[in-house]
Write a protein that binds this ligand. Structure first.
Ligand code: ATP
Ligand code: MG
Length: 770
């Protein structure tokens, strides 16, 4: 090539430039965090298009395939390349594995028996379909949950295994998993549908059975680029390898220390295979880090050094100043959130934008306390990669239970949970309730109370609904005796709601259970259910503005590849991080993956990383003392500042956390074991005014509203005092029971002798007009 090299190359270091400019042949860039791997890919794209578009190569954007880990990363890459080249680039294959494979599959769908407009099923659809199949095959879905089968099939697909080749998972349904997999695939074809795993698997099948199609792509894709290569699974690797075999211009960048998706089938082994599958591959190591200060780098490097079997990399930086990693032990979760909030405010007063700050948590439930704190402070935030805490499905379900206790006429809450968990209250029954509530202008719960005293609803369901309403009456009454926190625990327990998730085989079920626990903890911070519900509605109202400057709250998993000036890493406690489940399920491997997550977390920070841990956590309604994460101890003392939080002793009454470095702060205060979980700690808040709440009117309303449910669940109808337009002796026609004669009238409730079904109690709403 003639002419001077483009300007964007001059800012690169020698190794980076080597990686950008080695356009031909297989290339593996193996390097630690912040060394410019992603930047190399982006620059390489620009360089490719600039140097090869013209004669003699005439490279067209369509001939480049680039894989990113998220859609957002793809958008960013698109923008950066356009900015570098000073013109937009179109038509290339840039996106996630899923989006690229979907595009390919739509072109050749007919080769695997699909039409090009096939639907992509979400997990709910998948489970429903699997259930149908299992029912038809007479497999007990109680014993063998469909969700578990879905997981097994997903793992097979991650490994690129079609039903013919699937072998593991034999214990499921007495060895029938493979057969069910086959039937499932057949059904999907009939339905013209594919699940996520199919996108790649079908492409692989097409490549195998139709070499001419594969050949076409092998020739077409002259350049292949892959970011976050360490987290590819086998199917993805096979797909890439197949297409790269002719031109062999495949460039993968990754970091074995950042492999954090093995639980989703990713295999770090793909890095090791690369050099075997592509002999003569050029391997570039990048060692200069451009992101973080030396202290941050040193802390991250020494932490990850505790893992075994690493490929091993050195990192250095030219940056020679910077703060040490801050390590703060705090009294409890609330202090932790307050501390992070204070830091964020201080940074803001120094003119630093909220978008330069991130709070990275291990598990979703942890976002709650920070969300609340930032709302209190009026700091805009966004939760990336998930719903905000109070918008999550299980939290909203639980809130509906609480609302229905605090507000017995809350129709929306009633409708949300009357059949969650499943109680056999179907569409038809709900329609009946709705119609009656509209007709009488009363709430759904009230309509229910009235109709269960009649025969408008089938006997079995009547009993169910009477039990349901009776439960709520009982729970409300409990508020007079027990704290609202205890009542909520009882409610979630007795309603079967917690069990619903406990027995769920959905992969996010454990996370949902954690969120429920967290919700119970949250309620403990409020005086009673009403103040809590008020708080929640304020929280939900907040935010949603389109301000660009927002603090980011996200999980460590979602933070991969990103960077922020200021990073907060809370909850570094044994059991939380490293997460108990990871260690229980995968032992040392699990622990090492957790450590890689910690490495990912620290290395997101440009200027400052703040690690924190609390000595006490409220788990459900219990305070538990927590031990600092072993990762805290693995941080090199020379590169961290252990901070004493003097603000802690304020507002804590006689509890003084003492200085950092001493263990005083971990000693439980006197109230911790006194059996009164609400007492003491938040004495300024918890004033036990549940009783006040209990007498604030709901009982009166219930009384007025009609109902009495006898101990055996039989509902006894009491009139609201309205009067019916029917009178004794009228002949009428009922929508369900047909013609009959009115025997007695009590308000809008009628006893009718029907010609066909005998005497029944009904309400006049369901008498047909005319
Ligand atoms: P990760 O492993 O976290 O994905 P990475 O290796 O992909 O990190 P990049 O995100 O590409 O690293 O780069 C980290 C930061 O360093 C970015 O802000 C990038 O712009 C900057 N950077 C990379 N190379 C250089 C360079 N040669 N000169 C200046 N800045 C650079
Ligand atoms: Mg990157």
């Amino acid at each position: 090539e003639d002419g001077p090299e483009p300007g964007y190359l001059t800012s690169l270091n020698t190794e980076q430039r080597d990686a950008v400019a080695t356009l031909d042949g297989p290339l593996l860039v193996l390097a630690g965090a912040g060394t410019g791997k992603t930047r190399v890919l982006t620059t390489r794209l620009a360089y490719l298009l600039e140097t090869k578009s013209g004669a003699p190569e005439y490279l067209h954007p369509q001939q480049i395939l680039t894989v990113t880990f998220t859609n957002r990363a793809a958008r960013e890459m698109q923008e950066r390349v356009a900015a570098t080249l000073g013109r937009p680039v179109e038509g290339w294959w840039l996106g996630t594995f899923h989006s690229l494979a979907a595009r390919q599959l739509r072109r050749h769908a007919e080769l695997v028996g699909l039409k090009s407009n096939f639907t992509i099923l979400d997990t709910d659809d998948q489970v429903r379909l699997l259930k149908q199949i299992m029912d038809a095959e007479q497999i007990d879905v109680k014993k063998w949950p469909a969700k578990q089968l879905m997981g097994i099939i997903q793992r097979w697909k991650d490994k690129g295994l079609t039903p013919d080749r699937a072998t593991e998972g034999m214990e499921f349904a007495n060895g029938r998993a493979q057969q069910l997999y086959r039937i499932y695939q057949q059904r999907l074809t009939v339905l013209n549908a594919a699940d996520f795993g199919d996108l790649l698997l079908h492409c692989l099948t097409i490549f195998q059975k139709h070499p001419e199609v594969l050949r076409q792509y092998q020739q077409s894709f002259r350049y292949i680029l892959v970011d976050e290569y360490q987290d590819t699974n086998v199917a993805q690797y096979l797909w890439l390898r197949a297409m790269a075999m002719v031109h062999r211009n495949i460039c993968c960048v990754g970091d074995d220390d950042q492999a954090i998706y093995s639980w989703r089938g990713a295999e770090v082994g793909n890095i090791l295979r690369f050099e075997t599958d592509f002999p003569g591959a050029h391997v570039v190591k990048l060692e200069q880090n451009y992101r973080s200060t030396p202290h941050i780098l040193a802390a991250a490097s020494q932490l990850i050094a505790h893992n075994s079997g690493r490929l091993g990399k050195e990192l250095w930086t030219e940056i020679d100043t910077g703060e040490k990693v801050q390590v703060k032990g705090v009294w409890d979760g609330e202090s932790e959130a307050r501390l992070v909030g204070e830091d964020i405010e201080t940074l803001q007063t120094r003119g630093i934008g909220a978008s330069q700050m991130a709070i990275l948590v291990r598990a979703g439930f942890q976002t709650r306390e920070f969300e609340e704190r930032l709302i209190t402070l009026g700091v805009p935030y966004r939760v990336v990669g998930g719903a905000r805490f109070y918008e999550r499905q299980e939290v909203r379900d639980a809130l509906a239970y609480i609302r229905l206790i605090a507000q017995p006429d809350d129709s929306l809450a009633f409708e949300r949970i009357v059949n969650v968990p499943k109680r056999g209250v179907g569409k038809v029954a709900l329609q009946t309730l709705h119609q009656y509530s509209r007709d009488q202008s009363i709430s759904l719960p009230m309509a229910t109370r009235e109709l269960i005293g009649t025969e408008e609803i089938k006997p079995r369901l009547r009993k169910t609904l009477a039990d349901f309403m009776g439960d709520f009456d009982r729970w409300r009454a409990l508020l007079a005796e027990k704290s609202h926190v205890e009542v909520l625990e009882i409610v979630l327990d007795e309603s079967g709601y917690t069990d619903m998730w406990r027995t769920s085989k959905e992969i996010d079920a454990p996370g949902r259970l954690e969120n429920l626990k967290e919700l119970v903890s949250a309620i403990g911070e409020f005086e009673n259910l009403t103040t809590f519900l008020e708080h929640v509605s304020l929280v939900m109202e907040n935010d949603q503005s389109d301000e660009r400057e927002k603090v980011t709250i996200m999980t460590l998993h979602a933070a991969k590849g990103l960077e922020f000036d200021y990073v907060f890493l809370p909850g570094w406690e044994e059991g939380v991080f490293p997460h108990q489940r990871a260690m229980d399920e995968s032992g040392v491997k699990g622990l090492e993956e957790e450590r890689r997550l910690a490495y990912v977390g620290i290395t997101r920070a440009r200027k400052r990383a703040t690690v924190s841990y609390a000595a006490n956590r409220r788990i459900y309604n219990q305070w538990q003392s927590a031990l600092p994460s072993r990762f805290v101890d693995e941080l090199p003392v020379d590169h961290i500042d252990r901070l004493s939080d003097t603000g802690l002793s304020q507002g804590k009454g006689n509890v003084s956390p003492g200085a950092w470095g001493s263990d005083d702060w971990m000693k439980p205060p006197s109230w911790a074991n006194d059996g009164d979980n609400n007492g003491g700690y938040k004495s300024q808040k918890s004033t036990f005014s549940d009783r006040k709440f209990a007498s604030s009117g709901w009982q009166d309303r219930v009384r007025k509203n009609v109902i009495d449910v006898k101990a055996d669940g039989e509902a006894v109808f009491t009139s609201r005092g309205g009067s019916s337009k029917y009178k004794v002796g009228d002949t009428v026609r009922h929508r369900k029971f047909g013609p009959g004669t009115v025997r007695s009238v009590d308000g809008n409730k009628l006893e009718i002798h029907f010609d066909e079904v005998g005497t029944k109690k009904v309400v006049d709403s369901f008498i047909l007009p005319g």
